[in-house]
Design a protein around this ligand. Structure first.
Ligand SMILES: Cc1cc2nc3c(=O)[nH]c(=O)nc-3n(C[C@H](O)[C@H](O)[C@H](O)COP(=O)(O)OP(=O)(O)OC[C@H]3O[C@@H](n4cnc5c(N)ncnc54)[C@H](O)[C@@H]3O)c2cc1C
Length: 343
């Protein structure tokens, strides 16, 4: 006789796949729906912060991808390096990374992975929404959209000169630009804009507007299409519904503005909490801990959005407050929710 599942997970992105692994290993029977077939590209800055790296290592080990030791913030003529206080970050090209993680989930005992299968509504006793920022479950557990409204773009290219093992972050009046090595001389290029600054050629315009980038990109060749995603950022005040036995994970449970680069790390560092909640039935502690982690990222996001609003403001900050920049990274890589650290 076929044993039916204990948990239905909707979404086989990083959050859903990671949770499927954690549950399957504990003997929980999982059905994992993923509407796409991996590998598929996804608009993302592709940086995994150190606390996400260590959570991922504990869960499944690490993929062979470029490591980064910190960030290089740039605005106007100013440049400040800030290395991670502990550990290192990873640059995970999302098509390969998501496929790698989904494959881990599919080969975990007790996990029935269903690629290319949109969720149609039948469910096990417990239902998990891991279907991203525009989750269908926000009808039941509503999300609040972030302000200001922002658009994100990402692509990959070869021929960008001077890329190092630090993620470069440019603050510019038209938007923020991110560069990170994805391996084999290829670079991730991502940009974040306010809606009002956005035009279809926004990314190439931004590359041309930053003098330091103009000089480094005259031989640039794009290797993947430019993908867009909007609106960015959301806050979900309630992420569990004990009556419906519904729980949200990953971006579905609230997405920090990508300026913090914490979405993936937040998903992985909350995976064990979500799995424990499902196994023990203590859903409230998952809600409390996940929201506290998300609040750290939101606070940092607000601060960084304020600093990055104009190139002049960013340059002023880097010139006069360079000593504070590493402290920002400390905040970004904070492992535990602040309420737990104080306890
Ligand atoms: C421009 C941009 C830059 C970013 N930069 C970074 C960064 O540098 N670092 C970082 O950590 N984060 C970054 N993020 C955030 C990061 O992309 C997300 O936090 C991450 O993708 C969340 O993973 P997830 O699994 O929750 O959701 P997703 O990655 O969105 O996965 C959800 C999955 O659910 C599937 N799905 C949806 N609906 C259904 C359905 N009905 N049935 C079945 N399957 C379904 C989708 O196909 C998808 O595979 C960035 C985001 C953007 C937009």
């Amino acid at each position: 006789m076929v044993r039916s599942a204990d948990v239905t997970i909707v979404g086989g992105g990083p959050a859903g796949s990671a949770l499927a692994v954690a549950l399957g290993r504990q003997g929980v029977r999982v059905e994992l729906y993923e509407k796409a077939r991996h590998p598929r590209l996804k608009a993302c800055g592709e940086g995994l912060l150190p606390h996400g790296v260590s959570a991922l290592r504990d869960l499944v080990g690490l993929p062979e991808v470029p490591t980064v030791r910190g960030l290089r913030f740039r605005a106007g003529g100013e440049s400040v390096d800030a290395d991670f206080p502990t550990g290192h970050g990873l640059v995970v090209r999302r098509d390969r990374f998501d496929a790698w993680l989904f494959e881990h989930a599919a080969s975990t005992p007790n996990v029935d992975a269903r690629p290319g299968t949109p969720y149609t509504g039948t469910r096990a006793p417990i239902l998990v929404g891991a279907d991203g920022r525009q989750s269908m479950f926000h009808r039941r557990l509503p999300a609040q959209a972030a302000r200001p409204h922002r658009v994100g773009l990402s692509t990959h290219a070869i021929g960008v000169e001077g890329v190092t093992d630090r993620v470069e972050v440019f603050f510019h009046g038209d938007g923020e630009l991110y560069l990170a090595p994805t391996g084999d001389d290829e670079v991730l290029i991502s940009a974040l804009f306010d809606y009002r600054q956005f035009t279809p050629d926004a990314l190439t315009r931004l590359l041309r507007s930053i003098p330091a980038m103009r000089a480094r990109t005259h031989r640039i060749k794009f290797t993947t299409p430019v993908l867009a995603s909007a609106p960015l950022g959301s806050f979900v005040p309630r992420i569990v519904d004990a009556t419906e036995r519904l729980l949200l994970v990953g971006d579905a449970a609230g997405a920090p503005d990508p300026i913090v680069g914490d979405g993936l790390a937040l998903a992985f560092s909350s995976t064990q909490d979500a799995a424990s909640a499902i196994v023990s039935g203590d859903w409230r502690s998952y809600q409390r801990r996940r929201l506290a982690r998300g609040a750290n990222a939101r606070r940092l996001g607000r601060l960084m959005l304020g600093l990055s609003r104009t190139e002049r403001r960013g340059a002023w900050f880097l010139r006069h407050c360079s000593a504070i920049v590493p402290r920002l990274l400390d905040l970004a890589v904070a492992r535990e929710p602040s309420s737990d650290r104080q306890a």
